[in-house]
Design a protein around this ligand. Structure first.
Ligand code: PEP
Ligand code: MG
Length: 587
């Protein structure tokens, strides 16, 4: 069905929300025929090759100059790598000697050598060298284009504003884009720290990468929404979805306006109750955004990304370097490292995890770590070693009961003992907490609270497990209700049990950044909110607009309502009364 709304989740590469007509940008594949040449044509083919190299070099110098003027010298460095490819004498000599030997057209020979180069680089283990493949590809295509006299890529000559959709975009494709004609872009492949993503951020073009199957689902002319802030693309959005994103876009713009004013203000209620406001990160590169949005610490550092997109496992030293860098950057504010949460919808190619019937209910997170103490202990040692560099804390994901918590702590003790024996320093008093994201943990939180320093409520999982709604299945997404009374009751229980045992309670699931729920959570007694960096300013604004007495009253009234829909409607009404200029819909 062509006009059905499709939502795809990818990797947020550059923030902002835009909608418009898709433009499918296909990388033209040049078809080079195998054509034999005579001896007396060899010199001419060499000349053609050298001319194409000069022409390509001039083009790249031109782009480099423009990017350097428009975006700064640093961004232009990508093209220095391209120039190195052109000046690679080994490549040039190999092409010329192959031309003389095989007596085939220069285009054909060049393409052949290029393919071999790419193969050699792809087989290498070195990540840096692997990244060079895109440079070689990019330059190689330019040289080929000049050899066969094809026209310049179309992205620089677009006649109207479009949303570019492509399997991949090279840095030079991205560089030829102009804000005036490209509203946003989305690609099947690519990572958050790829050159293309970095360029998109500098150009301030909203972008989502790593969407895997996008180009198979979109046609030129389809309406699409690119949400580069959350990493989502919607194809053929319904009028309702378009409206929702329009509200999100307004909210985003409002964030930006309030950002500077709010950044240095404390996160306190009107009657002076201090609330910890933190942000969630996936990679150390996210830290500047946390600081820019005024979050005070990191409430969830998801460490899975360390283990993804690679063939080997991260070493203790490698992890130590990343964790201590983050700890130092965020110091004196806290950083909570969440130990490996593999499984569910996060798979690691290098670990031989068998396919499971119910991956979210299966061999996941702490269950996996307890079964693989070798992998777990390496991470624990790295966290412990980093603990002297800042206010580091750690927590275990998916704890379902006391046995699991004790087993995890026993491995932590082993790691501590080893480090002591090796005379390696660590902070003996580092706080260790548990994520509460399984209903059994929520219901026994009074027991668990006695053996941890804090709880962090993982609502993304807590909601899916308590309502029996797979968090990644879009067919039942309508049942995924954060405001469901069952969810609120569990949260209330967790907070009360935690406070009775004298520990603090945070929340790091998406619900912590849901402005509809902020006042209720505050009224239930939550001590810390950890949200995506972009959500922190508005959460701070709401917290600064209420008193604790007001919040408690609202929470009490909400929790007594019988359905999630009624609770949500009530919460929306209340929040609109308290912060009227919030971009929020009230029926
Ligand atoms: C959660 O479940 O709420 C959470 C924060 O963890 P993740 O989303 O990584 O499962
Ligand atoms: Mg979780």
């Amino acid at each position: 069905m062509k006009n059905k709304e499709i939502i795809l989740k990818g990797i947020p590469a550059s923030p902002g929300i835009v909608s418009g007509k898709a433009f499918l940008f296909g990388r033209e594949q040049y078809t080079i025929p195998r054509r034999a040449i005579r001896d007396d044509q060899i010199q001419n083919e060499i000349k053609r090759f050298k001319d194409a190299l000069i022409q390509t070099k001039n083009e790249i110098l031109e782009i480099k100059k423009r990017i350097s003027e428009e975006m700064g010298v640093e961004q232009a460095q990508i093209f220095s790598a391209h120039l190195l490819v052109i000046d690679d004498s080994m490549l040039i000599e190999e092409v010329i000697s192959k031309l003389k030997k095989e007596k085939l057209s220069i285009e054909y020979v060049f393409q052949d050598v290029l393919k071999r180069y790419i193969k050699v680089f792809s087989d290498m283990d070195d990540e840096y060298l692997k990244e060079r493949i895109s440079d070689i590809n990019d330059v190689g295509r330019r040289i080929l284009r000049n050899l066969i006299g094809a026209k310049e890529d179309i992205l620089s000559n677009l006649k109207e504003k479009v949303m570019v959709v492509a399997y991949d975009l090279s840095p030079s494709d991205t560089a030829t884009m102009h804000k005036k004609n490209v509203k946003g872009f989305a690609t099947d492949i690519g990572g958050r720290t790829s050159h293309t993503a970095i360029m998109a951020k500098s150009l301030e073009i909203p972008a989502v990468v790593g969407l895997e199957t996008l180009t198979k689902k979109v046609e030129t002319g389809d309406t699409i929404i690119i949400d580069g802030t959350h990493g989502t693309v919607v194809i053929n959005p319904s009028p309702k979805t378009l409206k929702k994103y329009e509200i999100d876009r307004e909210r985003l713009e409002a964030f930006e306006k309030h950002l500077l004013e709010l950044k240095n203000l404390p996160c306190v209620t009107l009657d002076g109750r201090k609330i910890e406001l933190s942000a969630n990160i996936e990679v150390p590169e996210d830290v500047p955004s946390v600081i820019a949005h005024g979050a005070e610490g990191i409430g969830l550092y998801r460490t899975e990304y360390f283990y993804m997109n690679r063939k080997d496992l991260p070493t203790e030293d490698e992890q130590y370097k990343a964790y201590s860098t983050v700890a130092k950057k965020v110091k004196p504010n806290p950083v909570i490292i969440r130990t490996l949460d593999l499984g569910g919808d996060k798979f690691l190619s290098q670990l031989d995890v068998p396919q499971q019937m119910n991956p979210f209910l299966g061999w996941r997170a702490i269950r996996f770590c307890l079964a693989r103490p070798d992998i777990f202990k390496t991470q624990l040692r790295a966290i412990l070693r980093s603990s002297i560099h800042g206010k580091l804390k750690m927590m275990y994901p998916m704890i379902s009961g006391l046995d699991e918590l004790r087993q995890a702590n026993a491995i932590l003790e082993e790691a501590k003992k080893e480090l002591k024996k090796e005379s390696i320093q660590f902070n003996e008093d580092m706080e260790v907490g548990a994520m509460i994201e399984v209903p059994s943990a929520a219901l026994t939180s009074d027991i668990l609270a006695k053996e941890v320093a804090f709880f962090s409520i993982g609502t993304n999982d807590l909601i899916q497990y308590s309502l029996a709604v797979d968090r990644v299945n879009e067919k039942i997404a309508y049942l995924y209700e954060p405001a469901h009374p069952a969810v609120l009751r569990l949260i209330k229980t967790i907070i009360e049990n935690g406070h009775n045992a004298g520990i603090w309670i945070g929340m790091c699931g998406e619900m912590a950044g849901d402005i509809v729920m902020t006042i209720i959570l505050l009224g239930l007694g939550l001590d810390e909110f950890s949200t995506s960096p972009i959500a922190t300013p508005e959460i701070k604004r709401i917290i600064r607009s209420v008193t604790m007495a007001q919040a408690k009253e609202i929470a009490q009234e909400a929790i007594n309502l019988p359905t999630g829909k009624e609770i949500e409607k009530f919460a929306r009404k209340k929040i609109k009364e308290i912060v009227p200029d919030l971009a929020i819909e009230v029926e």
